[in-house]
Design a protein. Structure first.
Length: 318
């Protein structure tokens, strides 16, 4: 089954300053469904052969042009142990934390394991990085004989993973800043609209935002910085081609330890709530245009500059 848009006459179009906008008049396009279609040139035109056309009205639906819409900035928390701690603390009601009864005990039984897992994740990642840092003290860059192209490819792969990690931290930072500020703690609340879409209506207190920024997002960012400095050098100074590739994969594993811990130990009920949490919409034309036109170039520029710096900085001095 194939779906085509068949042109009946020329279609005028204009290019708006910001986005492409196709001005279509009624009757200029019609949608047909066909099976086993072949095109045969006849007098510079096209004829449909072996066509079975379904009625347009019976097909129903509306033609839309997704790239013509103004993009909306949508901030999502990544599915990781850091987000799990933030949302589970946010999820309980104020009276559950304020009482000493059964509800407070159950809330702590849900939240405490996630905080413990976050602490374990930090210890594991930092321990790996410390071990890698010690092994680098015995490596002489002048003894490395690996191919320079493979060095660039391996370092570029690792740096790409770290850029993703840093922008993930950036998204968490923006989400924490832009989420509604409450005077007192409010349990996580999601509103379901008439069209079926969801919107988060609860927010965080100033104190909660500061704690999350410093202890959660700050920790994740600090580990990313530490791993970037040590991991890039560890990958580049691999002694053989096989070690170069394997060390690159090993660094990717260290980056994703928090995701492994989250998916392996967080209860399925909590993971379902986190994954279904609606994105926080920010209606900002400036941010929307920046994410659409500037952010990709910024990422590419950072990627290329970082790879070149790492390869040149840790190369054997002539």
């Amino acid at each position: 089954m194939a779906i085509m848009i068949k042109q009946q006459k020329p279609i005028p179009h204009t290019f708006a300053p910001l986005f492409l906008n196709l001005n279509l008049a009624p009757g200029q396009w019609r949608v047909v469904m066909a099976v086993s279609i072949q095109y045969v040139d006849v007098d510079r035109g096209r004829a449909l052969v072996e066509e079975r056309v379904l009625n347009d009205d019976a097909a129903g639906g509306t033609i839309v042009f997704p790239f013509d819409d103004m993009p909306i900035v949508k901030l999502n928390l990544p599915e990781c142990i850091y987000s799990s701690v933030m949302l589970l603390i946010h999820g309980a009601r104020a009276e559950e934390y304020g009482s000493l009864g059964f509800n407070c005990f159950m809330s702590c039984m849900v939240v405490a394991p996630q905080v413990l897992l976050l602490a374990i994740n930090v210890v594991v990642q930092v321990s790996f990085i410390r071990y890698l840092e010690r092994t680098l003290s015995d490596v002489d860059s002048c003894n490395i004989k690996t191919d320079v192209v493979l060095r660039y490819l391996s370092v570029a792969s690792f740096v790409a993973g770290m850029i993703f990690e840093f922008f993930e931290c950036f998204e968490m930072l923006l989400w924490t800043v832009y989420v509604k500020t409450e005077d007192r703690h409010q349990a996580l609340q999601v509103q379901i609209r008439e069209d079926g879409s969801k919107m988060q209506v609860s927010g965080l207190t100033i104190c909660q935002k500061m704690v999350f920024l410093v202890l959660v997002i700050g920790t994740k960012t600090a580990i990313a910085v530490y791993l970037s400095a040590v991991g890039a050098q560890f990958v580049l100074l691999s002694e053989t081609h096989a070690d170069l590739i394997l060390n690159c994969l090993a660094m990717v594993f260290v980056i994703e330890i928090d995701d492994v811990i989250y998916h392996g130990f967080t209860p399925a009920f909590c993971k379902e709530i986190i994954s279904d949490l609606p994105a926080l919409e920010v209606h900002s034309l400036t941010q929307a245009l920046a994410r659409l036109t500037i952010f990709p170039w910024v990422k590419i520029g950072i990627w290329i500059a970082t790879v070149q710096f790492v390869v040149s900085h840790f190369a054997c001095p002539e």
